[in-house]
Design a protein around this ligand. Structure first.
Ligand code: UDP
Length: 318
């Protein structure tokens, strides 16, 4: 391992975002220590890093004390289930990783004098009554509904991060991540992008929940990771939205997937899950001003790359 390199720690390192973030950090010249307990992450996402002497992987549950020797300069706390069906299945782990896990990751940052960045979420805004959502909006969250375990845990994570900043003077950042997609998402994670692409590629009907009038705004993963890296290098401590403001209904999204995959499959309607947000669109004025960042990858390009990834994945899986 090179001695002069700065060390970054990524929790949730084998996940969709954690693995892409790791690739960027290595390209930026960091040594990276990745931590994951593989509850929702997958080693396949980081298998290309095998043999890289600047990378180390530790299989560890960050809700337990994190014991790392040596210097650490930057910590990215990305460990958490992030799909509604995952956190419905494992609500207690979801609550623990963003509460106990965030506490441990902050404790590590404090012990090492490291900068700390937490992956927060647009779910902090719940089913929003303000549209698009600005960082100043406090949200409309049902704490005891099926999404409460995720939303409230992330809101707690923001609160404890600000407390460490205010009490201990820790250099902290908070990114509120909006719907993001791209290669390395889990095909079966239940989220709408892999669900529709998987259905289209396997010749099954596309399952639109409710009447499909609910909206989302989808950001390609490389844009998101570039924004997060810029935030980590900034001097700003309050939450910053990172996402793509291009908004569409879920029905329009289903039609776009059929068009881009060249499929002629039916769309079937299923029950709308409880507390499913009716609209979601980031206001990224702050990120534009503060970081000089905005998304670059068009919806068409991003989806085409993602479809190509899932095509390969299905071929390899057989
Ligand atoms: N959705 C859908 N069909 C699916 C999966 C999801 O219509 O097979 C809808 C879901 O109800 C929500 C939107 O797509 O309105 C985005 O869902 P996702 O699970 O990707 O994440 P969310 O943005 O709700 O956290």
């Amino acid at each position: 391992m090179s001695l002069k390199k700065k060390t970054a720690v990524v929790t949730g390192a084998a996940g969709f975002l954690g693995s892409h973030l790791t690739d960027l950090l290595l390209a930026e010249g960091y040594r990276v220590v990745g931590i994951d307990n593989l509850v929702t992450g997958n080693l396949r996402n980081i298998e290309h890093l095998a043999g890289n002497t600047d990378y180390e992987f530790i299989n560890h549950d960050v809700t337990k004390f994190i014991d790392l020797p040596g210097e650490v300069h930057l910590i990215f706390h990305f460990a958490s289930p992030a799909s509604p069906i995952d956190y419905l299945k494992i609500p207690i782990q979801t609550l623990k990783v963003s509460s106990l896990g965030t506490h441990n990751a902050l404790g590590l940052a404090k012990a090492k004098g490291a900068t700390f960045l937490i992956a927060s979420t647009s779910e902090c805004y719940g089913d929003p009554l303000e549209h698009p959502q600005k960082e100043t909006y406090w949200g409309n969250v049902n704490p005891i509904g099926p999404r409460g375990c995720y939303d409230e845990a992330k809101r707690f994570a923001e609160a404890i991060t600000m407390a460490y900043h205010r009490v201990h003077g820790l250099d902290t950042k908070i990114v509120r991540i909006f719907n993001t997609y791209g290669p390395r998402m889990r095909l079966d994670d239940g989220r709408v992008v892999p669900a529709f692409i998987g259905q289209a590629l396997e010749g099954r009907p596309l399952t639109v929940f409710g009447n499909g009038a609910q909206t989302r705004s989808f950001c390609f993963v490389s844009d998101l990771i570039a924004g997060i890296y810029k935030l980590s290098q900034s001097n700003y401590h309050e939450p910053v939205n990172i996402g793509n403001p291009t908004e569409m209904t879920i029905l329009q999204f289903a039609e776009a997937i059929l068009r881009i995959t060249g499929s002629d499959l039916p769309i079937v309607n299923k029950d709308l899950p409880q507390d499913d947000p009716k609209v979601r669109q980031p206001d990224i004025t702050l990120a534009r001003k503060l970081l000089g960042w905005e998304p670059k990858v068009s919806f068409e390009d991003g989806i085409t790359q993602t479809v190509a990834y899932f095509r390969d994945f299905l071929r390899i899986k057989g």
